[in-house]
Design a protein around this ligand. Structure first.
Ligand code: PBG
Length: 323
């Protein structure tokens, strides 16, 4: 059927037609809200490049998590800013570390929300890389042990799911083995499988204070021109025991999200990263576009590309509009 018999505009005529034939729906169920936790009490430091986001001490964090739960969002994802850093990033697996304390407190105080933890060393190492250094290179295999210890410490504190983001080869396998050995075979892993070396993490590095002091992350995070390689990375994580696979960032990598969801039967998460958030906030502030509409269209596009789960700093604002 073609024009003039077929006229696509017929079904766009009014909102009820549009509602009826809408192919993709965004729901509050899809959202995960990232949060930053820091030592101290009554701390709520605004993150200048991410309006509406804060480094919060645990007391404020707990109140925020209650609000997020009440908004119907099923999960939060935690990032910690430790008091001190060292070469190895030992704060990452300290049983009294910032994440471990925060997880315990949230689990004691807030019912009915999933607590996911980011498993990486970059916020905890003095050099800001995601693993231990051997000369100027990140030592892959030496880092695996530290990541597994970190993941275990999060689970011991009560985390519902761990999300390794260091882009070390074998990290999912190492963490799965550690959790299984310790009797936590029921804790799922959300793997940052296809994580690109992206400039869109810029604002996050201010928020989490984890920028590399020397060099960059291109020797372990993925090279942006590559798409087939993302499939190989994801396939490895699936074999190593990932329960959820992730593509990160989201908007500049919608093609990768699509390929991942076509190819794999596991739930696909997409991380709508800090830079994607800040761009919209900045344009909105300048009056260059409607921030709320840009937010909803972006989140919807990520969903349409094939993501089941969207990790986004817009979670609370979007939840408000999705009510
Ligand atoms: C830790 C980590 C980063 C992000 C999530 N986990 C930073 C990085 O890899 O440099 C970025 C998240 C964002 O930009 O919102 N490795």
């Amino acid at each position: 059927m073609s024009f003039p018999d077929y006229r696509p505009r017929r079904l766009r005529k009014n909102e009820n037609f549009r509602r009826m034939i809408r192919e993709t729906g965004l729901s509050v169920d899809d959202l995960v809200c990232p949060l930053f936790v820091i030592h101290g009490s009554e701390v709520k430091n605004p993150i200048s490049s991410m309006p509406g986001n804060f480094q919060m001490s645990i007391d404020n964090l707990v109140e925020e998590v209650k609000k997020i739960r009440d908004a119907g969002i099923p999960a939060i994802m935690l990032f910690g800013i430790p008091e001190t850093k060292d070469e190895e990033g030992s704060g990452a697996w300290d049983e009294n570390g910032i994440i471990q304390q925060a997880v315990k407190e949230i689990k004691d105080e807030v019912a009915d929300i999933l607590v996911i933890t980011d498993v990486c060393l970059c916020e905890y190492t003095s050099h800001g890389h995601c693993g231990v250094l051997n000369g100027s290179e990140v030592d892959n295999d030496a880092t695996l042990e530290l990541l597994s210890r970190t993941a275990l410490s999060h689970v011991l504190a009560g985390a519902d799911m761990v999300a390794p983001s260091a882009m070390m080869d074998g990290q999912v396998c190492a963490i799965r083995e550690m959790l299984n050995d310790e009797g936590y075979e029921d804790i799922p892993i959300m793997a940052y499988s296809a994580k690109y070396a992206s400039c869109f993490y810029g604002p996050f590095r201010e928020a989490a204070q984890g920028a590399p002091q020397v060099g960059d992350r291109r020797a372990y995070q993925m090279d942006p021109p590559n798409s087939r390689e993302a499939i190989r990375e994801i396939a490895l994580d699936v074999e190593e025991g990932a329960d959820i696979i992730m593509v990160k960032p989201a908007l500049p990598y919608l093609d990768i999200i699509r390929r991942a969801s076509d190819k794999f039967d596991l739930p696909v998460a997409a991380y709508n990263v800090s830079g994607e958030f800040s761009m919209i906030k900045a344009a909105d502030k300048l009056g260059w576009l409607d921030g709320k509409k840009a937010m909803m269209e972006s989140l919807l596009s990520i969903k349409r590309a094939g993501a089941d789960i969207i990790i986004t700093y817009f979670a609370q604002e979007a939840a408000e509009l999705l009510k």
